[in-house]
Design a protein around this ligand. Sequence first.
Ligand code: GTP
Ligand code: MG
Length: 444
Amino acid sequence: MAATDLERFSNEEKRNLSLGGHVGFDSLPDQLVSKSVTQGFSFNILCVGETGIGKSTLMNTLFNTTFETEEASHYESAVRLRPRTYDLQESNVHLKLTIVDAVGFGDQINKDESYRPIVEYIDTQFENYLQEELKIRRSLFNYHDTRIHVCLYFITPTGHSLKSLDLVTMKKLDSKVNIIPIIAKADTISKSELHKFKIKIMSELVSNGVQIYQFPTDDEAVAEINSVMNAHLPFAVVGSTEEVKVGNKLVRARQYPWGVVQVENESHCDFVKLREMLIRVNMEDLREQTHTRHYELYRRCKLEEMGFKDTDPDNQPFSLQETYETKRKEFLGELQRKEEEMRQMFVNKVKETEAELKEKERELHEKFEHLKRIHQEEKRKVEEKRKELEEEMNAFNRRRVAVETLQSQSLQATSQQPLKKDKDKKNFFSLPSAYSITTGRYVN
Ligand code: GTP
Ligand code: MG
């Protein structure tokens, strides 16, 4: 069908036809319900709040059971996320519930990075889902969806205002998860203080641009109750699994010397409101918002980061195939450019090394020549010295021969004139006692 035909077709008014009898597609919602019930549901709650604020107690109170609760120490070096999954059943509905605790939140001296592990955990769950979606053989039907559907943010009941850690953390989380702020241990704050505290918290959230989850008002069936409940946020809750006898009934409550705080009494706290909103009325909306708003945002950013676009630079639709081809070309081009760059770098390096070697060779040659000159000079000097010594030796030998000749002549003369005077004898034998090599003379 050509594009113009398609436009005309979609612009045509829809025609209403009345059916002659029962066909059966009015059972579609029932089919959907039956399928969902068979498949079961998953719901993931993230609890963020200081150590010992009452997270585990509230979870136990909300689901009316006892989950394994392990007290956190106050000496964690960083915030750590601890997920625990449970299979619950109510009537014939199966719920895979995951409760994730932000262990050690608020216990570090430097709290600058406290939000980071929480954000990373949420992103990792989105990433896992995205990877499953991008697989060729997907099995989303039985995939255990671990994406966080709601973050219950436990506010300490100081009666003053939010701490900067609360504001920073909620701000970092608000685009990634549905946040429901709750004032924990609300039995420790008086009624009038609680009222002011709620107003203060809401105004601080608004002035800091923190987006909390708003119960939806577009579905007529729940619009009224949801809009009333939106005005009650943040819920002030009390948790307890202890049963106390009030009148002739056993109720979950906290007992004090001065009285009993009943968890499910709406004039004592907002626990029932929270349970109604979180579990009975808006659980499916929380799941849907997670998928259509938060996950969608993550997916879009991630795919854009990877270079995928829906439209080309001229705003024309751009298919995934085209994006892939463009990316592939870009990648190959980049690869070639890098290869050429590396080749050039290699050539330059070789040239540099060659020049360095030549310079080294020249230096060595110069050194050799210099040493050679020194050696020749030394050799010349030694030769001269040798000649000098030879001459001196010759002169010495000549003198020695002369002396020997003289001696022999004297001896001959003595033997011919034996009776010579003593004086003469003395003169004859007074020969020089030493021969000087420098002067070439005999000295007495
Ligand atoms: P960690 O997991 O160790 O961080 O603690 P948590 O936040 O899970 O707190 P937990 O539920 O273990 O409760 C800590 C203490 O607070 C316990 O002694 C609870 O009885 C008490 N507690 C829990 N909820 C409330 C409440 O609503 N009001 C008051 N007054 N105390 C509470
Ligand atoms: Mg706990």
